[in-house]
Design a protein around this ligand. Structure first.
Ligand SMILES: [Zn+2]
Length: 316
């Protein structure tokens, strides 16, 4: 994996003294080690990174840090360390995570980490429940067609198992967000998991956001964080970003909201039109390196690669 001047993506964090909240969650020790490994002078501010990216003047060690999903653990665990080193970063915020705590999109991760001894048992329960609403045979045929894609993703993302990728594929590309939520809510109920209570402490609130915005760059991550925004109409996708921008601009007034990270890394050619209309001029996707489409090549500032921090595990 080539890590050269590719920004790093973070999601969840946990305290040194507690166990991980989710797959891929990291603690304070990890952040210190990572900063030391990269070198503090190589971590650019968002503005500096954007400028150098656009001017083609990044050197091979330059990168910046990005935080997705508006999680409280970012404020509790990562934010104090960023301040200690005077590191400024991007924070990409989905509006409904702040406004509506009645979401299963993060709480299901807490659920499988704390109510199952192994995530595969969660997948088992998930499928058993899913088959009541989605034809098992049809699902298996679809999955068979995805087999080679799953193998390909496994090579790229060595930290995911075959089952992890399969589950994400179903979540992102096969079933609707509504069905995903419905199935999870049934499982929560069966195991008496109070996700409302978890959600209250899981996401940033408006005051947290204002605080983070003082030193950091706040960007879009869509309104609802659909797992596959490609599936929705142009109009819905437009509203996803328009409302997200409107909301963030209404509570943050020390900066222009003009950057974005694609929810689940997903986009299509319509996204480009939408982002231009909304004056978004810098957008991150999941690491890809290559431009697969002309619209990506022609708008390289809307397809900036990012690595998952997990790619650094082997160096720390
Ligand atoms: Zn996200």
């Amino acid at each position: 994996m080539n890590l050269t001047n590719t920004p790093i993506m973070f999601h969840d964090f946990h305290d040194n003294n507690s166990k991980p909240n989710t797959q891929g969650s990291v603690n304070q020790d990890y952040i210190y080690k990572l900063i030391k490994y990269i070198g503090i002078n190589n971590i650019l501010s968002p503005e500096d990174y954007i400028l150098k990216y656009n001017n083609n003047t990044l050197n091979k060690n330059h990168l910046c840090l990005t935080f997705d999903d508006g999680l409280k653990s970012q404020l509790k665990i990562a934010y104090p360390i960023l301040n200690e080193f005077k590191i400024r970063s991007f924070f990409f915020i989905p509006s409904t995570y702040i406004l509506n705590k009645d979401k299963v999109l993060e709480s299901y991760k807490h659920f499988y980490m704390n109510y199952y001894s192994n995530v595969n048992f969660y997948y088992e329960d998930f499928f058993n429940e899913l088959y009541r609403y989605f034809d098992k045979k049809k699902l298996n045929i679809l999955l068979k067609n995805y087999h080679y894609k799953i193998i390909k993703v496994m090579k790229l993302k060595s930290f995911y198992s075959y089952q992890d990728i399969q589950f994400r594929l179903i979540r992102n590309s096969i079933i609707s967000n509504t069905l995903f939520s419905k199935v999870n809510k049934i499982l929560f109920k069966k195991k008496k998991f109070n996700y409302h209570k978890i959600n209250k402490d899981k996401y940033l609130n408006e005051n947290d956001l204002k605080l983070i915005a003082k030193e950091n760059k706040i960007g879009l991550h869509s309104q609802n964080h659909f797992f596959n925004i490609r599936k929705v109409s142009y109009f819905s996708q437009y509203n996803e970003y328009k409302n997200n921008k409107k909301y963030l601009s209404s509570i943050i007034n020390n900066q222009a909201i003009n950057s974005l990270s694609y929810p689940s890394g997903v986009y299509n050619y319509q996204t480009v039109k939408i982002l231009k209309k909304l004056k978004i001029n810098f957008a991150f996707r999941n690491v890809n390196k290559k431009y697969h489409f002309n619209y990506e090549k022609q708008n390289k500032n809307l397809f900036v690669n990012r690595n998952n921090h997990i790619e650094y595990n082997k160096y720390l």
